[in-house]
Design a protein around this ligand. Structure first.
Ligand code: ZN
Length: 292
């Protein structure tokens, strides 16, 4: 297992972690500068932040700083109530793949979607089996294009509390079953983004990480699970402040062959987003070295 205690060369910052600082929205170019100032070598930005800053500008700024990506957030949201909606989702994913390519990302992260409309409070249907079929078909179609342009897709299984509104793929096993069905040759073009927040509780986690292996483990996201959790989406904890055995899980991931970045992804409306970016980034670096 790699020793993270001496430096933070394997730290990546998911830019959602510092998208709000001292309660205010911060533009991506500022976040990139803040990361560069601290010797952070990789980030994972979100599409809306990139669009606001300008794709070309972001690509140039990253190149100028020598900062790479650990992933691009995000594609997915495949289910839809009708054919036009399904088609629109595929087109949007194609654009996301093109953007990921422009930014030289190692993978596009897929949050696959749940019941269409549920995120806005009004699901168009309630058949989660149908949603899962639409997700499977959507990933199959995206993969065809992703292969052409050489952009790996990383399915992120989400905690079941988000099955209705964000993702109906909820365990690593379920994600790997899809990978094996669509990419049996383990080409490296389809795998998973493993986020400890979503999977730490899974009794099959160790076994499924071993099953995934190096070819399927495309990204690794860390934060912590606070007790009690006050918000289903935006109450993630800083590593070390919650219930997740981070060292143990990283041990499993590295034993399976993963040797990439450990990406800090913290949505924290009631805590870290209210603090200054300097404080949050300093904590990310310190906890990366001491507890991740
Ligand atoms: Zn994640």
């Amino acid at each position: 297992m790699r020793d993270f205690s001496q430096d933070h060369r394997w730290l990546s910052i998911n830019t959602a972690t510092v998208r709000r600082q001292a309660g205010a929205e911060v533009p991506l170019d500022r976040i990139i500068d803040q990361c560069a100032e601290r010797g952070i070598r990789a980030i994972s930005p979100w599409r809306d932040q990139v669009a606001a800053a300008g794709l070309d500008k972001v690509a140039a700024q990253l190149r100028a700083h020598g900062i790479g990506l650990s992933g691009y957030c995000r594609g997915g949201f495949y289910p839809a109530p009708d054919a036009a909606g399904l088609k629109a989702a595929l087109e949007d994913n194609r654009r996301a793949i093109d953007e990921a390519k422009m930014l030289d990302a190692p993978c596009l992260v897929l949050v696959v979607g749940g019941l269409p409309g549920a995120l806005a409070g009004n699901p168009a249907y309630k058949d989660i089996g149908r949603a899962r079929t639409e997700v499977f078909d959507g990933i199959a179609a995206s993969l065809e294009y992703a292969r052409k342009v050489d952009m790996p897709l990383a399915i992120e299984p989400l905690h079941p509390m988000q099955a209705a509104d964000r993702a109906c793929i909820n365990t690593l096993e379920q994600a790997l079953d899809i990978c094996d069905a669509l990419d049996p040759q383990k080409s490296g073009m389809l795998g998973v983004a493993l986020d400890v927040y979503h999977v730490w509780w899974d009794p099959k986690l160790e076994q499924q990480i071993a099953r995934a292996g190096k070819e399927r483990l495309l990204a690794y996201h860390v934060c912590d699970w606070l007790t009690p959790t006050r918000d289903l989406l935006n109450d993630r904890g800083m590593m070390g402040d919650g219930a997740i055995e981070l060292r143990k899980i990283r041990g499993w991931v590295e034993a399976a062959g993963y040797a990439g970045y450990s990406e800090v992804e913290i949505f924290s409306a009631q805590d870290w987003w209210l603090r200054g970016g300097e404080e949050t980034l300093a904590a990310c670096i310190e906890r990366h070295r001491s507890v991740v």
